[in-house]
Design a protein around this ligand. Structure first.
Ligand SMILES: [Cu+2]
Length: 123
């Protein structure tokens, strides 16, 4: 009978261990206006927002990056791991940007004219 008790204890411990073991990689649950970073890429690389949206880039990687507009519209400081940079896009258009530290690390913000302030997806 003692064996059954021990089995129960062990099973319970295993279940608790599994329960608290949610080591989320933060790629899926990102706010709609936020861009994360891996060691050599922006995530997502292509982001679409409506005009007036403030986009936030967060360095979610372990290396330093920056965010530099191809047209010179915006330029961040060097972002160390955990640091963030924001820029508000007021005008519709397609904005290419890159990390000048890592060749090939590029992204695009597509800004659509919104107009409506109620947050619904207008046409
Ligand atoms: Cu970089």
């Amino acid at each position: 009978m003692k064996n059954i008790l021990w089995m129960t204890v062990i099973m319970t411990v295993i279940m608790i261990a599994c329960d608290t073991d949610d080591n989320d990689t933060d790629t899926e649950q990102r706010p709609a206006n936020e861009v994360g970073m891996t060691a050599a890429s922006f995530v997502p690389a292509d982001l679409t927002v409506t005009a007036g949206t403030t986009v936030r880039w967060v360095n979610t990687s372990n290396v330093a990056h920056n965010v530099v507009s191809e047209t010179g519209l915006f330029t961040s400081e060097i972002l160390n791991p955990g640091q963030a940079y924001t820029f508000t896009f007021d005008v519709a258009g397609i904005y290419d940007y890159e990390c000048t530290i890592h060749p090939g690390m590029t992204g695009t913000i597509t800004v659509q004219s919104g107009g409506n302030s109620n947050g619904s997806d207008g046409y």
